[in-house]
Write a protein that binds this ligand. Structure first.
Ligand SMILES: [Zn+2]
Ligand SMILES: [Zn+2]
Length: 391
């Protein structure tokens, strides 16, 4: 069952018995009034009245003071909470720092993160429909969970008569990607139009006159790179800051360059990488981008494990499956390593991605709260496609 369906519940039902919200699953509860064999005691009613009277909605308040009405009030409130939770799960995007970010990222299955304001998608493991309308696609590396949807992305844009996309790849895979499209053209006898750009680390590409992108080095088991998208701003040069508007205007008209061009890192996407990328000073812009989208391998937390972590960061931490060494051997970043390097994160928001499908939403939320306790950035995880333990 997908995360979208885990909160599905039957409609609110009113039965003649005591209100009994089910705690076994937040996704389902029933209102039962007047259970014939179990009459509520006066104490229960009083307790309910005292503790819940403030929860009664206005329409119920002021009526009978019986516990039944309190119970109905509580039920309505829980129904409201449920609706909010469901809306959160169904919500496709998160709004952060002026950007809405959406996507799906399940380690080994598919990663595709979309930022519509930038008209950009990062990686394309499969081809979610929301990616199709993004003009720019940034590929971090050639593992299929990051590149598998590439031909469909190009073909679907052709189908919708959208302009050929601009697709950025690490230079070392450009030739193979061209061959891949040649094979698809030959097999399917369709035009597949795209602008393929091999963009190397240190190079800059102008996406718009106010937006540029630069790749940065990441460390995976095959060649890989991340991307930082920058906004381009003009700032009045220091030596002219004391001048008045008319004087500045005059200088400008005389042809003097009065502004400096400033690049502000807006969104950084790492793709798969070992934690080494945190320590490379050349990656500072990624770590101070307003939004840092990075990967993590967490594990099911226990207090014992956290105790081990807190007494020695150098220890090897055994989980049932994932240790720091295991994560490094597979070119990934362990949650402990992010915690260790959290001091270098200057971003306003961090989006965690690429969780293994064996984790549930509750495990992921724990990972988020552990990192949240270490950074001032707002920490969020992409959980679309993950199950809840309440599923
Ligand atoms: Zn991956
Ligand atoms: Zn990979």
């Amino acid at each position: 069952m997908s995360s979208q369906s885990y909160l599905q519940k039957p409609p609110l039902t009113l039965n003649p018995s005591i209100l009994s919200p089910s705690r076994s699953s937040p996704a389902s509860f029933q209102i039962n009034l007047f259970q014939s064999h179990q009459k509520p005691t006066q104490n229960k009613l009083n307790g309910c009245k005292n503790s819940c009277s403030s929860l009664l909605p206005a329409a119920v308040k002021g009526g009978s003071s019986s516990g039944i009405l309190s119970a109905i009030g509580r039920a309505i409130e829980e129904e409201e909470e449920y609706r909010k939770a469901r809306a959160e799960v169904h919500k496709k995007s998160v709004d952060l720092e002026g950007y809405s970010v959406e996507g799906i990222s399940i380690g080994g299955h598919e990663t595709c993160v979309v930022v519509p304001q930038l008209k950009a998608a990062f990686d394309i493991g499969r081809c979610p429909s929301r990616a199709v309308h993004q003009n720019f696609l940034f590929i971090t590396h050639a593992h299929l969970d990051h590149i598998g949807g590439l031909p469909m992305y190009v073909a679907t844009r052709g189908l919708y008569s959208l302009k050929p996309p601009t697709i950025f790849v690490p230079p070392c895979i450009k030739e193979d990607v061209e061959k891949l499209f040649d094979i698809h053209r030959a097999m399917s006898n369709v035009e597949l139009n795209l602008d393929l750009v091999a963009l190397d680390i240190g190079e800059t590409y102008e996406m718009r006159n106010d937006l540029v992108v630069r790749p940065f080095k990441t460390h995976h088991v095959i060649p890989s790179q991340g991307y930082v998208v920058y906004s381009v701003r003009k700032k009045l040069r220091k030596q002219y800051m004391h001048l008045k508007g008319k004087q500045i205007e005059k200088l400008k008209k005389s042809g003097v360059e009065i502004t400096d061009t400033i690049l502000c890192p807006e969104v950084a996407f790492t793709g798969d990488t070992k934690s080494d990328f945190f320590l490379d000073p050349r990656n500072a812009d990624a770590l101070r981008a307003k939004i840092l989208i990075t990967e993590v391998k967490p594990f099911a937390f226990s207090n014992h494990m956290m105790h081990l972590y807190e007494i020695s960061l150098k220890a090897t931490f055994l989980d049932e499956c994932v240790t720091v060494e295991h994560a490094r051997d597979h070119g990934h970043t362990h949650l402990f390593e992010i915690l260790e390097h959290a001091q270098w994160i200057r971003s306003k928001a961090v989006i965690l991605t690429h969780f293994s499908p064996r984790y549930n939403i509750e495990d992921i939320r724990q990972a988020v709260s552990r990192l949240q306790s270490k950074v001032s950035a707002k920490v969020i995880a992409l959980t679309e496609g993950f199950k809840s333990k309440y599923s």
